[in-house]
Design a protein around this ligand. Structure first.
Ligand SMILES: [Zn+2]
Length: 89
């Protein structure tokens, strides 16, 4: 079950996330660059990064992968189209 309520990109490599946990809603800030260690979550976990941060990171990575694939598809598509127009129009 995915408990992430919202996930929003607020900077180049910064994401803001609302996570519905066992004892309420947590607010997270995830840095996806070398500042990952500064990512924060307002839960009271003794572990760092807590599971909310790790879970959110997984979802962000998945989104970035999808976006990358989509960008690649668009590129191939436009190259094909221009070749098509070159030969057949
Ligand atoms: Zn947490």
């Amino acid at each position: 079950m995915n408990k992430i309520k919202s996930l929003e990109k607020i900077g180049v490599d910064i994401w803001e996330c609302k996570y519905l946990g066992n004892s309420g809603e947590y607010e997270l800030k995830i840095f996806m660059d070398e500042n990952y260690g500064k990512s924060s979550c307002n839960c009271c976990s003794y572990f760092y990064p807590c599971r909310h941060i790790r879970e959110a990171k997984k979802v962000i990575l998945r989104r970035q992968k999808v976006r990358k694939l989509f960008g690649l598809f668009n590129k191939i598509n436009s190259v094909c189209r221009s070749k098509w127009e070159l030969y057949f129009s």
